[in-house]
Design a binder for this molecule. Sequence first.
Ligand code: ADP
Ligand code: MG
Length: 470
Amino acid sequence: MKRPIHRWKSNSSHEHRPILRERYIIASCCLATFLLLVSNYWTVFKSYETNEQTTQQSFASRFERIFGTNVWCDNKFRRKYRLIEPEEGGGTCKEIRTISDLVSRCRDILKENRNNRACKYAVEYLQDETGKYLKGKEFEIFLRIVKSGVENPDSSIGCYAMTPNDYSTFQYFFDKVIRDYHGDLTGKKIHETDWDVGSEKDRFDLQKLGLGNDTSMRVRVARNLIGFNLPGAMEREERIVLEQTLLRVFDELKTNYGGRVYSLTPKFGPSGKNDNLISKDLYEELVDGHVMFKDMSSDPYLNSAGISNDWPYGRGCWQSEDKTRIVWFGEEDQLRIMTMQRGSNLIDVFSKLNEILATIESIGAVTFAKHEKYGYITSCPSNLGTAMRASVHVKVPKLTAGGSDVKVKAICKPLNLSVRGVGGEHTPIGVDGTVDISPSSRLFVKENQIIDMLYKGIERLMDAENNLKA
Ligand code: ADP
Ligand code: MG
């Protein structure tokens, strides 16, 4: 006997139809929910690719509001999409438990140093509608952000972001610090990037200003990566993962420019041996040669911020064969990328740096974190924007007579130039009167303007030096 092909078309079909309709409805609902979820996740994934922080933040906070935690987000998105887990404040911040504790501590500090921006704007923020309801994890994270300024009253900025998103999450606080420090009275400026210095080759040749053709020139930029906490919130494991991620970048740089990686990480843990580990002596040699950065664990500001934690894990650098290109990893920012050489044409170091940045970005292993208003994201708000410091070692024996930098600093301040020692920040000037001169501006200024400012600043500094009687 022939079996009916469609049972529901038999006499009893009228009994099956409602059940089938229900199933269709349920299946359609499931499909619609699934598509909605997929499109939601797609938006979030895309936002992480482009570092579109409002979407990331609203997703994370929605998730946290519903489920009471963002741990799932953390695990699900792994490193690339990580959000920090706050920890207890250490040091003197341990006693600060509430907003009013923090406000009163900041007020005390301001009596001592009213230019401590972290304290000044924390007081305003925590009493304003935008900050006075901070609680739980958000408050703990905010405490970590201002911890350095609270523990070091003499700070002039005193705050460090813990994740790239902090500049958006705590924007009402950070925006005030940033616009005050970088001198934006309009409150509306938006950072723009421009490396174009035109085609005139000797436009910035320091020999025209009387400097020698063996002048030490250096340009560096700070960069941090999407998907990692900023150094203040990184744990040892994450610092190692960052170093291992960078090895792919360094392999490519070695292909293009040769050279080698110098690492201070004693061991990578279960994930393997560190072939780039160097001896203590070699490390000291590299520091003396201005190739590596100094031991950060003795810096009280960075200690309070958590930036120097886990020293020396995840710390090191790559240097090219010709020694002129260097990439630091694990200092105040995840990356400090620089070109440094003796010569006289500033365009040489400037263009080389632009080229190496393009090379790193083209590898596709890492993405630099950027903010729509503040340019490249850095741990300290003072470095935002170009994150660039372009410096030249200039000999000014008359202005530094007697080994003092007071006169040279007085001349440089109105020129918007910073004066540092020959070993970098917080080091003494050279015995022959050599100082490190760099434009102070980083944000709301373009890269090509920084080079221009450096050149013009040195021109005026040399005029002052030459006009001084010996
Ligand atoms: P940054 O914060 O820009 O990295 P630092 O002041 O911390 O600079 O100095 C870091 C290192 O770079 C130090 O060893 C310093 O001597 C070196 N350095 C900076 N500028 C120059 C320069 N023009 N020539 C040689 N070394 C330099
Ligand atoms: Mg430095």
